[in-house]
Design a protein around this ligand. Structure first.
Ligand code: ASP
Length: 497
């Protein structure tokens, strides 16, 4: 196993995780108990029935009053509780009974797998900020002159904008063709009563929050929050002004950044060797607790998002990579596979960033100056998969709710707001789902309708995060190729202000 290439090890870890998760779910997910001892004060008897889809907790207090709580993550009636977090808030007693006596073996094991897999994610988190800062700084100072930075910035943004818009158009095409929301009858009434709502950021607020993030009032606080956009913008400003000052100070900062970056890369490479184990535990956790329904429910919607993501990832981006990035797409994807597979299992582009950086530089042969500039920025603002998913999900919701497709004018609003929502979404699990509120508001759809897509969000999140990371990676090749093609900028020495 040790001699096997890392991406194979990760694939094996992922497959084994699925198998173990499925086995745990098949044989250990149904649990039913009646408890008479070891109950919270005032409770004399409790009964818990736990399964993958639903948990029922019933208890009787000393005055013989009976209380029942139902936790159903896919509930559409709005009456049941959707998560255990919600249960803990509404009824701490029921939550305690469930934790102590009611959890099925699959959920207990899944919880442990999530914790162990979480250790791997923590290690990645541990290195991500120092890695971004040192890598960005050493990359920018390696550019040596201000024109170089400006040019790279413009190209990177140009690439991000183009691919995100292409992704949205692909999503809209598929959702108009397949019409997933019009395939299922009788869903409308059930959906409209779904009870879950999210915080409601307004469109203008989101745009302004991004602008504010670019000007951190306290760069050190941005490091601890962490706010990636603020960290990136301050590091870029620091780097550009170091180049502007030039001479010995710039040289010293460059040496320091290079040295620190080398150390961070060494730590990251060591952590990455653990990826197969991390992926194994994370996959086991998801599949053990959610069962094969993770892959099955809400068929047409999942098919539409997946098909559109596949077209974008396997046709559009490879064509761009081939013609503008001058790379063999299959080889490039193979080099990026550790990052793509980790993105899939962790559903976090920020969490995957250390792996993306190392894969791009060490396996795909992209220079540090490009990788360290394009990737951290990309993990924060370039989310093709998220943009595509937002567009499909909102049109799907509209089809379900209205019973017909949104007109073109409304679809254009969806496209523009989906772009903004994807820029605003953080590179963490389910961020896209939360940002969708902006689009729903923009076209006047009820926010509660989001409840329906919650159940399958995890698996779609995994897929769209891989596409997000794949797009960032292709961006590196494209920006690098454009950079090599242009005559000026690179040979210039460290300009003295
Ligand atoms: N999980 C995605 C990412 O980290 C963001 C999203 O929820 O769409 O890239």
């Amino acid at each position: 196993m040790r001699n096997l290439a890392l991406h194979w090890q990760i694939l094996i870890g992922m497959f084994a995780g699925c198998c173990i998760g499925l086995a745990l779910n098949a044989f250990g997910s149904n649990h039913s108990v009646k408890v008479l001892t070891g109950l919270p004060d005032g409770v004399v008897e409790a009964e818990v029935t736990d399964s993958t889809s639903q948990t029922v907790i019933r208890y009787r207090d000393s005055e013989q009053n009976e209380t029942t709580f139902v936790v159903d993550p896919a509930s559409q009636s709005g009456k049941e509780i959707r998560s255990f977090k919600e249960l803990a808030e509404k009824s701490p007693i029921s939550y305690q009974i469930y934790q102590q006596h009611g959890q099925s073996f699959a959920k207990r094991a899944g919880e442990w797998c999530r914790k162990i897999g979480g250790l791997f994610l923590r290690m990645l988190q541990m290195v991500s900020i120092p890695l971004i800062v040192t890598s960005l700084l050493s990359g920018i100072l390696g550019l040596s002159d201000r024109n170089g930075v400006g040019k790279m910035f413009r190209r990177t943004l140009g690439y991000y904008l183009t691919t995100s818009l292409l992704a949205i158009v692909t999503g809209l095409l598929f959702v108009n063709l397949i019409r997933p929301g019009l395939q299922t009858a009788n869903t409308k009434s059930a959906m409209t009563s779904a009870g879950k709502t999210f915080d409601q950021p307004a469109l203008t607020e989101v745009i302004f929050a991004q602008i504010e993030a670019v000007i951190p009032s306290n760069p050190l606080a941005a490091l601890t929050q962490p706010n990636f956009l603020s960290i990136i913008s301050f590091t870029v400003i620091f780097g550009i002004f170091s180049i502007r000052i030039g001479g010995t100070p710039a040289q010293r900062i460059r040496d320091l950044a290079d040295a620190a970056f080398e150390v961070m890369m060494a730590i990251t490479t060591a952590i990455i060797r653990l990826a197969p184990f991390g992926v194994f535990f994370l996959m086991s956790a998801v599949v053990a607790t959610q069962g094969s329904s993770v892959f099955r429910s809400l068929g047409w919607y999942v098919v539409t998002v997946t098909a559109a993501l596949l077209v974008h990832a396997c046709i559009t981006l490879p064509l761009i990579l081939r013609y503008f990035g001058k790379r063999q797409p299959i080889e490039y994807a193979r080099a990026m596979s550790p990052a793509l597979l980790t993105a899939f299992s962790s559903a976090s582009s920020n969490g995957t960033l250390p792996l993306t950086l190392t894969s791009v530089e060490q396996r795909a042969g992209i220079s540090n100056k490009t990788g360290s500039f394009v990737l951290p920025l990309g993990a924060t603002i370039n989310m093709d998969g998220t943009a595509l998913y937002e567009a499909v999900a909102v049109l799907f919701i509209a089809q379900l709710h209205l019973g017909y497709n949104l007109p073109l004018s409304q679809q254009i609003i969806v496209a523009i707001t989906a772009l903004i929502a994807s820029v605003g979404a953080a590179g963490i699990p389910h961020a896209g789902l939360v940002m969708m509120v902006i689009i729903l508001q923009a076209v006047g759809l009820p926010l509660e309708m989001q409840g329906i897509i919650l159940a399958v969000d995890r698996v779609l999140d995994m897929a769209r995060t891989s596409v997000n990371v794949w797009s960032d990676s292709c961006g590196c090749a494209v920006v690098e190729a454009l950079d090599l093609q242009s005559d000026d900028g690179l040979e210039t020495g460290l300009s003295a202000g």
